[in-house]
Design a protein around this ligand. Structure first.
Ligand SMILES: Cc1cc2nc3c(=O)[nH]c(=O)nc-3n(C[C@H](O)[C@H](O)[C@H](O)COP(=O)(O)OP(=O)(O)OC[C@H]3O[C@@H](n4cnc5c(N)ncnc54)[C@H](O)[C@@H]3O)c2cc1C
Length: 465
């Protein structure tokens, strides 16, 4: 019998709601009693499943299980904006400060390759993930945003990236690809593909399950300790345990302050007719945003809708995660207004889906992947909303780390990076929501005064990340 998880009585996301039936079939029964494995992975999203995929491929004899509280793809992996991008939460400058320029640039190029790797695997495995590598356009809609776009591209040149990787489009060149209001030009990069995220995560789960990885769905881990995952249905013993719970990490015993869950919210329009798309453009399904401080992101879906989202929902006290938070009328209305402001042609389009989900943010906004050899505990996450590409890199890196292979992937600067814990409440709540407030204020001030008010922080999107 097919399963389509819901959130507060509504579809989990556009992607889940429109999945073909064969991708909604149950993949694994719940754990029933105690069990032993070589590697136990907690969390059945991209991170956990890519790790299982590459580990199994490298060593088919390994006994691997994935423990998933709901169903595989229930988390952000089945709900996101479908940007398979080369974005990484830490900037090139931050990476270089920790290592050196060459290593920072190598990390960025590794991220470029992660995008292509997803496409390669999908194609070789025969997954239909609605892949279209049309790149990303970051449209500048005010003189300040244009100035920032110019600075961003100049910055990428200073790191040695050429126009094939990052370029600035004139207003005319931009209009040839997307007709967005107030457009003065755009940054452009080919390093992003629009995908259907739920198709990716479910295809991945079905493939690893068919190769012998045991997926225990509807089995919530209560705690992770050296050699042992305790769940509501029994315990799993394994010398290597991977924590792949991202925005849900705070629900595990002792991990409340490791990653702050912050919600990103999305909506989808009904499929739009060809004449509207002719007016708008995005013929190559380019993913897009504009130059404001508070992130917005969109894609033209394979079935001709807008899937459009943004950060901006408040952080909830105590790192609370609740399906009720997947929808926020004020934020969803604001998102619709922004979409119509960018593309007035969609003003009459029906909004068919609204949804959201938690992503994970480390205290220093660095994503990391690693393993503690002394106790066999491994982890990956803290992607701050750039996890589609990065989690593929996590999976390959964890497969190397777990098998004790020193490879080019195990030497990039996010490996074994340790972020400190977030502050206890109420400081965590005050700090996170203050960041959000500052971003909103900065955008409003720029609009009012026409003066630059750029804010570094978790909610900003910059090409050099
Ligand atoms: C609305 C939204 C839009 C986004 N857009 C983009 C985008 O366009 N591009 C991009 O790169 N990134 C985007 N992201 C972020 C991206 O989706 C995530 O970074 C990525 O999916 C993280 O994958 P994951 O496997 O680490 O975590 P998840 O997919 O969240 O998986 C974690 C899994 O762990 C399970 N779990 C939780 N607790 C337990 C437990 N106790 N025991 C067992 N299992 C447990 C959950 O049910 C879940 O399935 C977006 C995120 C959201 C929410």
């Amino acid at each position: 019998m097919s399963q389509r998880p819901e959130s507060a009585g509504e579809p989990l996301s556009l992607w889940w709601d429109t999945l073909p039936r064969e991708l909604t079939m149950p993949i694994g029964a719940p754990l029933d009693g105690d069990a032993d494995y070589d590697v136990a992975i907690v969390g059945g999203g991209y991170t956990g499943l890519w790790t299982a995929y590459y580990l199994q491929r490298a060593d088919p004899a390994l006994r691997i299980c994935v423990i998933e509280a709901n169903v595989a793809g229930f988390g952000a992996s089945g709900r996101n904006g479908g940007w398979a991008s080369a974005l990484f939460p830490a900037s090139l400058r931050q990476l270089a400060e920790r290592t050196d320029r060459t290593t920072a640039v190598r990390m960025k190029r590794t991220m470029h390759d992660a995008v292509d790797e997803i496409g390669r695997v999908a194609s070789s495995e025969g997954w239909d993930i609605e892949w279209c590598k049309g790149g990303t356009l970051g449209v500048a809609r005010s003189p300040i945003q244009l100035q920032r776009a110019e600075q961003d591209i100049a910055d990428m040149r200073s790191w040695g990236f050429g126009a094939d990787d990052y370029s600035l489009l004139s207003a005319h060149e931009t209009a040839a690809r997307v007709r967005m209001t107030d457009s003065l030009g755009a940054t452009s990069t080919p390093h992003c593909a629009a995908i259907n995220p739920a198709r990716l995560v479910r295809s991945l789960a079905m493939t690893v399950a068919s190769r012998g990885v045991r997926i225990f769905e509807r089995t919530a881990a209560i705690s992770i300790e050296a050699g042992l995952v305790r769940t509501s249905n029994g315990s799993v013993r394994a010398p290597i345990i991977v924590r792949a719970t991202e925005g849900y990490t705070a629900t595990l015993a002792g991990q409340r302050r490791a990653l702050a869950p912050v919600y990103s919210l999305m909506l989808a329009t009904e499929p739009l007719p060809d004449d509207i798309w002719n007016e708008i453009g995005l013929a190559d399904r380019e993913t897009f945003h504009d130059g404001r401080n508070l992130i917005i992101y969109g894609q033209r879906t394979a079935d001709g809708r807008f899937a459009f989202g943004g950060r901006g929902a408040p952080y909830h006290f105590g790192s609370r995660i609740d399906p009720v938070q997947d929808r926020n009328a004020a934020v969803h209305t604001a998102l619709r207004d922004v979409l119509v402001d960018l593309f007035p042609a969609v003003a009459q389009a029906r909004i068919t889906h609204t949804w959201g989900g938690p992503l994970g943010i480390a205290r220093d906004w660095w994503a990391s992947v690693g393993i503690d050899r002394s106790n066999g505990l491994a982890w990956a996450g803290g992607y701050v909303g750039d996890g589609v590409g990065t989690s593929n890199l996590s999976g390959r890196t964890l497969a190397d780390l777990i098998r004790e292979q020193a490879t080019v992937l195990t030497t990039v600067p996010w490996v074994n990076h340790h972020s400190r814990n977030w502050e206890p409440e109420p400081l965590r709540w005050i700090g996170t929501n203050l960041g959000l407030h500052v971003m909103n204020r900065a955008d409003a001030k720029e609009q009012r005064t026409g003066k630059e008010s750029r804010v570094a922080g978790i909610f900003a999107r910059k090409i050099g990340h």
